[in-house]
Design a protein around this ligand. Structure first.
Ligand SMILES: Cc1cc2nc3c(=O)[nH]c(=O)nc-3n(C[C@H](O)[C@H](O)[C@H](O)COP(=O)(O)OP(=O)(O)OC[C@H]3O[C@@H](n4cnc5c(N)ncnc54)[C@H](O)[C@@H]3O)c2cc1C
Length: 430
């Protein structure tokens, strides 16, 4: 049997290269307008996909509102905080709507061939040959800037924190810290918040999206996902000793957290018509914390030479300044504990009344066909909130593309926009 042993240097793409600025980039300085056809709350990869799709459908009176100061700001801040140099998703997964054959991520990378390293060029050839490929964060960020510029997203993105939405029969009022926007439709692209621990806080306990204090000589990392792997790799490279506490009997190395079938129509079809209980079971079985294959040689070598101690199959009883207490009474000690417990989908809680969200097991009540909130049809959701309709891949960049097709077509049809949409292509997606 041949064992797949990916090269660790796939993880080391350069960051901060000098990409040519996209044409027509301009960030608005004035506050958001009072009215728009569509307000998109959240300008991450999902919001970018929705705005770009609406642009293709000739819906141009669109406003994006985000707490961050630039499109996809939170996504890249998180990625850079972890010193992550490559995406987990391959070249085929990119913000946008399939069917237009706009400049796709792999096309964009090929246009910038001279800037890429030999390893990065080889990955593009892998993508062209239909194999798994690794995308540099630098390429992905330049591509997102390009997509934002050519679809007029930069000029319509306003930095604002949305406080509340009031859906009515004809319009939705969106209240922000910079005024109110009244729109005919609102699309929530809120992403996910980090999952908090049930244990009490302490100065020497932090999360994956917070810096490790520079004077910590040893860290205890809790969690079995890619964020944990990045925190461990960074700590090792900073010459810290690491303890890794993993609940499962063995850590899992996989291409993606989501079973690959859910990125394809046949996987999504398993959700269509399935009972709520079956969907919950599918979500639990097919989305599990795992680490990219590329980390395995690095982590195994560190474990073999004692710089990394892995505590496998261990349940946690408490976490405090004294370290991590395990249920068997052992205490794993370190100067700092980093909790990498993943993220929790934002479903509109706090922005919409609970009665409208209609949450069940943490998931909102969405129309299966349109992804509109059943009790507020002028408010729609794209991103992690759509998992119980589209399956676990809804949380990923590729899943946003599928949700976007439904939402953009719904909004455009109601606004009566003259559509340039290739409905056959979108029909194939949904
Ligand atoms: C470190 C990391 C790496 C990842 N890597 C990959 C990967 O390689 N491939 C992949 O497919 N997926 C990856 N993911 C999953 C990833 O989160 C999603 O694919 C993608 O970022 C989600 O896009 P989004 O637009 O839904 O959410 P986000 O990128 O989180 O965007 C949501 C936006 O909404 C804004 N927002 C939320 N609430 C409000 C409010 N009340 N007012 C104003 N603005 C608000 C936030 O500021 C944020 O910018 C990764 C996730 C993390 C955390």
């Amino acid at each position: 049997m041949t064992t797949f042993l990916p090269e660790p240097h796939l993880l080391d793409s350069p960051r901060g290269r000098d990409w040519p600025p996209p044409m027509g980039t301009a960030v608005p300085v004035a506050g958001p307008p009072a009215r728009a056809d569509v307000v998109i709350v959240g300008a991450g990869p999902a919001g970018l996909a929705v705005a770009s799709a609406l642009w293709h459908l000739d819906v141009r009176d669109v406003v994006l509102l985000d707490r961050a100061d630039r499109p996809c700001g939170r996504f890249f801040d998180r990625v850079d905080g972890l010193r992550q140099r490559v995406l987990r998703s391959p070249y085929e997964h990119h913000p946008g709507v399939e069917g237009y054959r706009d400049c796709e991520l792999a096309d964009f990378a090929r246009l910038h061939w001279s800037r890429l390293t030999p390893v990065e060029r080889r990955e593009i050839r892998m993508a062209q040959a239909g194999h798994r490929s690794v995308v540099p964060v630098d390429v992905f960020e330049a591509y997102c800037r390009h997509i934002a510029a050519v679809h007029g997203v930069d000029t319509r993105t306003h930095q604002a924190t949305v406080r509340e939405l009031h859906p009515g029969a004809d319009a939705v009022r969106v209240h922000t810290d910079r005024g109110t926007v009244t729109a005919r439709f609102a699309v929530l692209c809120l992403g996910e918040e980090r999952t908090s621990a049930p244990w009490g806080g302490s100065a020497s306990v932090g999360y994956w999206d917070e810096p490790v204090p520079p004077d910590a000589r040893s860290v205890v990392v809790v969690g079995a996902g890619l964020s944990a792997a990045h925190v461990i790799a960074n700590a090792l490279s900073d010459r810290r000793r690491v303890h890794w506490v993993v609940r499962e009997v063995e850590e899992r190395y996989q291409c993606a957290d989501v079973n690959a079938s859910f990125f394809r129509a046949e996987g999504r079809a398993r959700f269509d018509g399935a009972s709520w209980a079956d969907r919950l079971a599918l979500m639990g079985r097919h989305r599990r914390a795992s680490v990219m294959f590329e980390f395995r040689p690095l982590l195994r070598a560190a474990e073999a030479d004692g710089r990394l101690v892995v505590h496998r199959g261990r349940e946690i009883a408490d976490v405090s300044a004294a370290g991590v207490g395990l249920v068997d009474g052992t205490r794993v000690r370190g100067d700092h504990v980093v909790l990498c417990l993943g993220t929790t989908p934002s479903i509109g809680t706090g922005l919409l009344p609970d009665a409208i969200i209609g949450a069940r097991d943490g998931w909102p009540d969405l129309d299966e066909r349109t992804l509109a909130y059943t009790r507020a049809p002028r408010v729609l959701a794209v991103g992690a909130a759509a998992c119980m309709v589209l399956g676990p891949a809804a949380r990923n960049i590729d899943g946003h593309r599928v949700a976007t097709a439904r939402v953009a077509a719904t909004v455009a049809a109601h606004l009566g926009a003259p559509s340039t949409l290739d409905r056959t292509a979108v029909g194939a997606l949904v």
